[in-house]
Design a protein around this ligand. Structure first.
Ligand code: SF4
Length: 186
């Protein structure tokens, strides 16, 4: 990864912190799947969550098939942290930044796979519920936890802030990257 160009690109966005990590550092836990299954209302309701995201061994294999990952956070401020609607509305800006960073990495000749925040809510009713393929696979990013990864643990390991206090939220994305076949002329 060309870190100099990445630094320059990222400086133009309100990205709070980022790190480039070796995917061998990313741990995958069965217990995260258990929490998804037992506690999350989104389980089995979108293409972005288990079981649609794949079995845990499949998800781990996907992670390891990429050499590096870019983990980054953006910060949002809300008037009330308990207002879930307001909180979730701020994640759209984060998703747009995730897409922009992903596009930049692709332009640099990387193959990427984006894991992001929460589950996808692009469509009012996810096609998963009707046994139909995802309508926007290019914009649908499975959440980090769907792959058994604990975002807070990864952030702590990388000495990144996970909570800033007050009425702020840190959203995280994890973009898996590997060198792709460069288009002609690049
Ligand atoms: S884009 Fe639509 S169909 Fe695809 S995962 Fe998101 S909500 Fe479901």
């Amino acid at each position: 990864m060309d870190t100099e160009r990445l630094d320059e690109f990222i400086a133009a966005y309100p990205i709070y912190e980022y790190r480039i990590i070796d995917t061998r550092e990313i741990q995958v836990y069965e217990r995260v799947r258990t929490i998804c299954r037992i506690e999350c209302p989104r389980y089995n309701s979108t293409w972005a969550c288990p079981p649609a995201a794949g079995t845990l061994p499949e998800c781990e294999k996907r992670i390891r098939s990429y050499k590096e990952a870019l983990i980054f956070s953006t910060v949002a401020e809300v008037s009330d942290l308990m207002n879930m609607e307001e909180m979730l509305s701020t994640r759209r800006a984060h998703e747009e930044i995730s897409n922009a960073v992903g596009e930049f990495l692709k332009e640099q000749g990387m193959e990427i796979f984006i894991l992001s925040t929460e589950s996808c809510d692009i469509c009012q009713r996810c096609a998963w519920l009707d046994n139909q393929p995802c309508r926007h696979p290019e914009y649908m990013h499975p959440c980090i936890e769907s792959h058994g990864v604990v975002a807070s643990e990864l952030a702590e390991k990388e000495e990144m802030e996970y909570q800033l206090g007050g009425n702020t939220i840190l959203w995280f994305s994890l973009i898996l990257c590997r060198k792709g076949n460069m288009p002609d002329g690049k």
